[in-house]
Design a protein around this ligand. Structure first.
Ligand code: RNT
Ligand code: ZN
Length: 420
């Protein structure tokens, strides 16, 4: 059966529950996914400092063909984008700067011009760019403390970095015409029993206050803060905890709160937090990731938690108050495929969420018909969502089902395998 025909059938079946598939497709046309550049080079960056990945992060695997230069990374992302439908942004880090000077540009020296390569590429791609200061893989982060450091010189160094990143994000937003979110995540914490838990948090608060004091163009940039429960080497105490940033955002209403799916207790889900937090804050950023036993940053799979996250977004009707980014890095498989799988899964989950007969389910729940709520919810799982997804891919001119894999294999043979 043709894709068009099976879509028409699916449309009819969903209409039986009062679901308008065209409306779901319209919603998908507005859904923007921020794609993290760091999947393409195992969070390496281009500072040529020789520093290896730290800050409690680890990319495992040694699949050949990782991007070694900004050109290669952008080329790889462009390739991945060929197979990902819908609106996209690119999410980059300060460590992905480009400088033509022979002298190394340190983190407290970076300027907007160091990101013109990305800006020009984004203009070609007609996409926006999100930004992240980089507080890891640097000698001044080697003792595990940055914005909360008790060494005043080091603390100031990272405050300066943060200020510069905010300006860069504003510049990017103005250049691309799409607001750029500047997401702040620091690795600060202790491996073992910590006595003074307040001190580092007081310093982090001071550093953030200093960093965000200058009001920037809200049309071009916004700041987000990302918490974490633990990292490798900070198992016992993390300065920037969920409670810390939750409270900080409550006090600084123009900040976004970032929830990373891998940054909580393994049995704790971010889907369960969204409806509460969105009642109290203006805007949220999600880092969609897949923790396996720990914050392992596995490629996002179409699993129950991803569906639950997307359902919360669709049910909440948050529109422009919710921003969705991906955050994972798997070096054990083809990196282009890793991007495509995670992106397409997130979009599939979003489409499935938009195809939910929310009003019907809500009504059953409100009327106390919990049998119907469960029955419908379960039957929905075998509704022909796939026909709508295939159709969505087709009208967006990207390969349907696994056909994208051929394109990735070709790229691996022609391009990636030559990188030795
Ligand atoms: C780390 C955070 C952070 C990073 C990226 C590279 O645990 O999730 O978002 O993964 O900034
Ligand atoms: Zn994250």
């Amino acid at each position: 059966m043709s894709i068009q025909k099976s879509y028409e059938t699916a449309k009819e079946i969903y209409a039986g529950l009062g679901v308008d598939t065209e409306k779901a497709l319209d919603a998908m046309n507005k859904f923007v996914l921020s794609v993290h550049c760091w999947q393409g080079d195992d969070v390496g960056g281009f500072e040529s400092s020789g520093a290896s990945l730290d800050g409690g992060l680890a990319a495992t695997g040694n699949y050949p063909g990782k991007a070694r230069t900004p050109e290669e990374l952008r080329k790889d992302m462009t390739k991945a984008f060929e197979f990902i439908p819908g609106l996209k942004k690119a999410n980059i880090h300060a460590m992905y700067l480009e400088s033509d000077s022979s002298k190394k540009v340190d983190r407290d020296e970076i300027e907007p011009k160091h990101f013109d390569g990305w800006v020009n590429w984004a203009k070609e791609q007609k996409i926006g760019i999100d930004f992240n200061p980089t507080y890891f893989s640097h000698p001044k982060a080697s003792d595990g403390f940055t914005l909360s450091s008790s060494d005043e010189g080091i603390r100031q160094f990272w405050v300066e970095h943060t200020k510069r990143c905010r300006k860069i994000s504003e510049y990017i937003g103005r250049q691309t015409g799409v607001r750029s979110i500047n997401n702040i995540w620091i690795p600060d914490g202790y491996k073992d029993f910590t006595v003074d838990k307040a001190g580092p948090r007081e310093r982090l608060m001071r550093s953030l206050d200093e960093s965000i004091a200058e009001m920037l163009d809200p049309g071009a940039t916004a700041d987000a803060v990302e918490s974490k429960l633990f990292g490798i080497g900070s198992e016992s105490y993390v300065v920037g905890s969920h409670e810390f940033y939750l409270c900080y955002v409550m006090r600084n209403k123009n900040l976004l709160l970032t929830l990373d799916a891998g940054h909580f207790h393994p049995l704790e889900t971010i889907s369960g937090k969204i409806s509460t937090i969105m009642m109290f804050i203006v805007e949220m950023l999600l880092h969609v990731s897949r923790p396996v036993r720990w914050d392992s940053d596995h490629v996002v799979a179409l699993d129950d938690e991803l569906l639950a996250i997307c359902q919360e977004i669709a049910r909440g009707g948050y529109d422009y108050r919710m921003n969705v980014a991906l955050d994972y890095f798997d070096a054990s498989i083809n990196r282009i495929a890793a991007w495509i799988i995670g992106c397409r899964n997130t979009q599939k989950a979003m489409l499935r969420a938009y195809l939910e007969p929310y009003e019907l389910l809500k009504k059953a729940e409100a009327e106390g018909d919990l049998t119907k709520r469960l029955a419908l919810g379960e039957e929905l799982k075998s509704y022909p969502f796939n026909s709508v997804w295939d159709y969505y891919c087709e009208i967006n001119n990207v390969p349907v089902r696994e056909k994208w894999l051929d394109g990735v294999e070709k790229y691996e043979n022609d391009v990636l395998s030559k990188r030795i």
